[in-house]
Design a binder for this molecule. Structure first.
Ligand SMILES: Nc1ncnc2c1ncn2[C@@H]1O[C@H](COP(=O)(O)OP(=O)(O)O)[C@@H](O)[C@H]1O
Ligand SMILES: [Mg+2]
Length: 423
């Protein structure tokens, strides 16, 4: 290989790409630490070279080359020789899944939290005794309830009980949980990245949003990666194939292989929020086929805790996991809600758009009955929570209005003609 002649601006000279240790193995590729022209990078190399995998690779490169957002992975280029690989910025903490669920990370968080609690609770022995008593009582009660639930087939109540666990387990989970500040940071970053994707023209659907595809660096910058299944939505819906994604994060409509649109990604985001809130991996006691059956066809849902360190995220998670895709908020709405709730930087309060936005009547329509009340702790942001009526209801409303005022456009036209004749 003498002179290297790139076929496009993104093709890199493989002689300048140094491959180091392996970082991780995904569903389609292995990822290595590397260096390109002196910069530390991640190199994603395909595991197989069959036609479907190559198609996925080409799709991913095309998609990555179009994306520019601080919460989406920075694509640096690709190589075709000696193998197909994608070069991107390196995210030192790896995936959010690893950060949340790896035993070492959990242990470290628990140790830090315990140390902090010990410092706080010195001088409050009574509290400790109360906690121990509560633990014993709850353990006895839970054991009886668990036995009763196990006798029946898995149900929503059983799943909730599973989440609750004994008081000791709950305490352990609380210690292992990600700090609330970091939960918020991840929720906001992912929503921003997704809002960017969904507001492209045409909108881009990720279709494989999950914690293993969310990366974190040493400064806690959070970026979405793995665009191998992403697609530009040219029509109202795209046809889905449940084979590509990971059932634990997939929306019920995707699991049923129905047509999908933006709400499918919102559901996956809801599962990521659930992981942040509970500190658990979704459906960890079930195999993928069971998840397909339970979520896609038996209408079971991830059990939601009754309380959380970030109640706002819990409320948002509930809405994102709605079975009806039309009832889920959109990413621009989610992003705006998070900004409103957690307070935008002070300059944003005085910012004005580069150009005044064109009014969009559909989005200003009053909320569907009950939506406001349902919002609960989201009340702080009533303007944005007032979601538009679902498309079917909005269309029916429009039809009714049209039926009630059938001659309005005709009268308007007649008046216009009269005016023109007069002048
Ligand atoms: N830029 C990166 N920096 C650090 N780790 C990465 C990077 N990209 C991917 N990884 C690690 O590799 C795993 C698989 O990468 P991914 O792009 O999702 O491949 P696949 O398409 O096979 O799922 C990720 O879950 C993450 O742990
Ligand atoms: Mg992946």
């Amino acid at each position: 290989m003498r002179g290297f002649a790139p076929r496009c601006e993104w093709e890199l000279d493989p002689r300048q790409v140094l491959v180091g240790r392996r970082l991780a193995v995904g569903g389609f590729a292995e990822v290595f630490l590397g260096k390109y022209e002196g910069t530390v990078v991640a190199i994603k190399r395909l595991l197989t070279n069959d036609a479907a995998t190559i198609e996925r690779f080409v799709g991913e490169v095309r998609m990555l080359a179009r994306l520019r957002h601080p919460n989406l992975i920075l694509f640096m280029g690709y190589c075709t020789l000696p193998e197909l690989c994608i070069v991107s910025e390196f995210m030192s903490k790896g995936s959010l899944y690893g950060v949340l669920h790896s035993p070492e990370a959990r242990k470290q968080r628990a140790a830090a939290a315990r140390k902090q609690e010990q410092q706080h609770s010195r001088g409050h022995p009574a509290e400790e005794q109360n906690a121990e008593d509560a633990e014993e009582n709850a353990a006895a009660g839970n054991a009886a309830a668990a036995a009763a639930a196990l006798a029946a087939a898995p149900s929503q109540e059983f799943l909730s009980l599973e989440l609750a666990g004994t008081a000791a387990e709950q305490q352990q989970r609380r210690l292992e949980a990600l700090e609330p500040k970091l939960q918020r940071l991840v929720a906001v970053a992912v929503a921003r990245g997704m809002a960017y994707l969904h507001t492209r023209t045409p909108p881009i659907l990720h279709l494989d949003l999950k914690s293993p595809n969310i990366l974190v660096d040493e400064r806690w910058r959070v970026k979405i990666t793995d665009f191998g299944l992403s697609r530009a939505r040219q029509r109202t819906f795209v046809s889905s194939s449940a084979q590509g994604g990971t059932p634990e994060w997939m929306a019920p409509e995707v699991l049923r292989c129905e047509s999908v649109a933006e709400p499918a990604d919102v559901y996956s985001y809801g599962v990521v929020l659930w992981e942040l809130i509970t500190g658990r991996a979704p459906w960890e006691n079930y195999n993928p086929m069971q998840v397909v059956a339970m979520v896609g066809f038996r209408e079971l849902q991830l059990p939601l805790p009754t309380s959380a360190s970030e109640p706002f995220l819990l409320e948002l998670c509930k809405r994102c996991l709605a079975r009806d895709p039309a009832a889920r908020p959109s990413f621009p709405q989610i992003s705006a809600l998070l900004d409103q709730h957690y307070g935008p930087p002070s300059w944003a309060a005085h910012a004005t758009p580069l150009m005044p936005p064109t009014p969009r009547p559909a989005l200003l329509a009053p909320a569907a009955a009950g939506a406001g009340a349902e919002a609960g702790s989201l009340r702080q942001a009533p303007a944005v929570i007032a979601l538009p009526a679902p498309p079917a209801a909005a269309a029916a409303q429009q039809q009714q209005q049209d039926a009630e005022q059938p001659c309005r456009p005709v009268i308007q036209r007649l008046l216009l003609v009269l005016l023109l004749l007069l002048f």
